[in-house]
Design a protein around this ligand. Structure first.
Ligand code: SF4
Length: 238
């Protein structure tokens, strides 16, 4: 039987976030997520997963034919799919550089060159969200959004493992510090691998994110821009 994965979209673009910002990349968006962030910018891969199942061989062929050297396996949450390791192994055999973008709540031993981990703070919980009328997802999200054990396994699985936090206010700092203190009992992180990304689907007004700039300057952390939002706006396939 052919191995398949559900794909909501696959496209060529410039990486918009993180350490490889600006690098031409083939994006493979797996459809489905174990979380429901209130500000999720790809609800068609989380709140309302769209797309069809595709054979892994076809997914890899499209990536290679794109001409990009880098493949970004994103979601949704790639780590919830049992066939993820097979997809990454085939991309690796084809000579592609692989980034996995994950929220860090589940561990799957999939080969990659860059494990881009974005742990979710409490600002992500969908409180009083009309898409969650019973509040069931808010409870599930809150219970799942941090999994220190999986986080450490993911950090351990790649030499390049930046942590990117989506921030909405200075109140987020206490949560970030608490999580980093727990992680750093086991592993030392490079401050430049701690990224802060202001929440928002559009490019923020510089004055409104000055506090993020100041925090990065004070801590040696990295400010994470959204290049794709600046170049293409809040559109699919970018
Ligand atoms: S983890 Fe990512 S894909 Fe899933 S709901 Fe949150 S932002 Fe959306």
């Amino acid at each position: 039987m052919t191995d398949t994965l559900p794909i909501s979209e696959a496209f060529l673009s410039l990486q918009g976030e993180g350490k490889l910002t600006g690098v031409p990349s083939w994006f493979i968006r797996l459809s489905g997520c174990n979380l429901r962030c209130s500000w999720c910018d790809t609800p068609y891969a989380s709140w309302n997963p769209e797309g069809d199942k595709h054979a892994i061989g076809d997914i890899v062929r499209a990536a290679v034919n794109s001409g990009a050297r880098c493949a970004v396996v994103t979601g949704g949450e790639p780590m919830i799919f049992a066939k993820l390791p097979e997809l990454c192994a085939q991309l690796q055999s084809a000579g592609m550089h692989i980034t996995i973008e994950t929220a860090g709540t589940v561990f799957m031993p999939a080969p990659c060159d860059l494990m881009s981990i974005s742990p979710k703070l409490s600002n992500s919980t969908p409180r009083n969200d009309p898409r969650d009328p019973t509040g069931a997802w808010a409870k599930r999200h809150e219970a799942r959004r941090l999994n220190p054990e999986a986080l450490l396994q993911l950090i351990d699985a790649s030499p390049d493992r930046p942590l990117k936090f989506v921030v909405t206010s200075e109140a987020d700092l206490a949560e970030i510090d608490e999580l980093l203190a727990a992680i750093e009992k086991t592993v030392r992180l490079d401050p430049a691998d701690i990224m802060l990304m202001p929440e928002g689907a559009t490019t923020p007004d510089p004055d409104s994110v000055r506090w993020v700039v100041d925090l990065c300057l004070a801590r040696g952390w990295r400010f994470c821009h959204r290049l794709h939002a600046q170049l293409f706006g809040d559109t699919r396939g970018t």
